[in-house]
Design a protein around this ligand. Structure first.
Ligand SMILES: NC(=O)c1ccc[n+]([C@@H]2O[C@H](COP(=O)([O-])OP(=O)(O)OC[C@H]3O[C@@H](n4cnc5c(N)ncnc54)[C@H](O)[C@@H]3O)[C@@H](O)[C@H]2O)c1
Length: 352
């Protein structure tokens, strides 16, 4: 049976990297006998400016009910400074589809790409599970006496037992399924005594159900240092929304940065959304210079989620070879444009 993937190319470089990546995914699908049906959606700044529409209810329901995954390029356009369309589309899908896991793989694909002296691919291979629907990102709060010298600004941080439990369990399940030995929870229970006290208690309960997995916790400040000092000590990291946001970007820089960073917004068993970490890079748009590898690796992650682990590994191999032989865009030291970098990957896939 075919699997339906909704492609939302979005703004800026989004359409260019999405086009290149879907061609590469099509080539991988053919090699591995996968039946993938890519359906393109016109959602983004252009549509918003043209029609005043962000994410119509019927489109949301269509995505929710008729697709296996959503493949999003990037959103962000200088003509929409308040990002109204991006909030509705990206945050709307994250919250309304209850995509509670933000899965960020951190894997060094070539030794030259890490800024850490003395570390190689054998030291940098872990994944961050960031809680994606609670914490400080729920938009609850307000201003009192705004724009006066007595102003007070408040953002509430929400932590539920259910939300904490499901992200921790997802991390342990991932470790078990992938044969990973260690799981580290990152929190700040020494200061956020109530909120992360809950995380600590739930962590101890759930860890007891996975005795084969070595579990420990680190405070977020210590975790930031340890990620740089000894990244080889991590297999799976589970953390809250805010710390995950920060630490996953730090971690991305340890393995080559924004041109290679992929992410999945996941609810196991439901339609989930995959997007590269980078934004729409407006100055690069339309110039055939954007690096498509983050989008391709995001596609590989999506294929893994859809159950196609061999195709995922094959795509990763092709990306490794492209980097090693410099068949990449300028940001990674190559000379290719977006389209040529995609074509090079297809050639590398077919050659194996
Ligand atoms: N998830 C998303 O859709 C997302 C994420 C971040 C930013 N944004 C939006 O994107 C717009 C631009 O934001 P920004 O400049 O802060 O972040 P950005 O990620 O677009 O760009 C940051 C830097 O990385 C470079 N870069 C990004 N992607 C690249 C690629 N594929 N190849 C080569 N170079 C690449 C850019 O040229 C720039 O120098 C804003 O509107 C922002 O709100 C969207």
């Amino acid at each position: 049976m075919s699997q339906r993937i909704a492609v939302i190319p979005g703004d800026g470089i989004g359409p260019e990297v999405a086009t290149a990546a879907v061609e590469v995914l099509d080539a991988a699908a053919e090699r591995h006998g996968l039946d993938l049906d890519f359906v393109w959606f016109d959602l983004g700044a252009e549509k918003y400016l043209r029609e005043g529409v962000t994410l119509p209810q019927a489109t949301f329901e269509d995505l929710r009910d008729h697709y296996d995954a959503i493949f999003l390029g990037a959103l962000g356009d200088p003509r929409v400074p308040d990002m109204a369309h991006a909030k509705d589309i990206l945050l709307g899908l994250r919250f309304r589809l209850d995509l509670f896991i933000n899965e960020r793989p951190v894997k060094l694909l070539h030794p030259d790409l890490t800024p850490i002296k003395g570390k190689g691919p054998e030291h940098l291979d872990f994944v961050i599970f960031r809680e994606n629907t609670e914490g400080l990102y729920v938009g609850i709060g307000g201003n009192f006496k705004k724009d006066t010298p007595d102003e007070i600004a408040i953002n509430e941080m929400i932590n539920t037992r259910k939300g904490t439990e499901r992200i921790l369990r997802a991390g342990f399940e991932h470790a078990r399924a992938q044969g990973k030995r260690r799981l580290c929870m990152v929190d700040k229970a020494n200061v956020l005594t109530y909120a992360h006290g809950l995380w600590q208690r739930v962590f101890r309960e759930i860890a007891a159900e996975y005795p084969e997995i070595e579990s420990r916790h680190l405070y977020a400040d210590v975790a930031a240092m340890e990620l740089v000092r000894a990244p080889e000590d991590f297999d799976v990291i589970v953390t809250s929304n805010m710390f995950g946001d920060i630490l996953s970007d730090l971690a991305a820089q340890l393995v080559g940065g924004i041109g290679l960073a992929s992410s999945g917004n996941i609810h196991p068993g439901r339609v989930s959304l995959f997007e590269p970490v980078h934004g729409s890079a407006p100055p690069l748009a339309g110039k055939d210079v954007a690096n498509p590898l983050a989008m391709v690796l995001t596609g590989a992650q999506m294929l893994g989620f859809l159950g196609h682990r061999e195709a995922e590994a094959d795509l990763e191999r092709a990306v490794r070879e492209a980097i090693a032989t410099r068949r990449v865009t300028r940001d990674l030291g190559g000379e290719l444009g977006t389209r040529a970098a995609g074509a090079a990957l297809i050639a590398l896939l077919e050659r194996a």
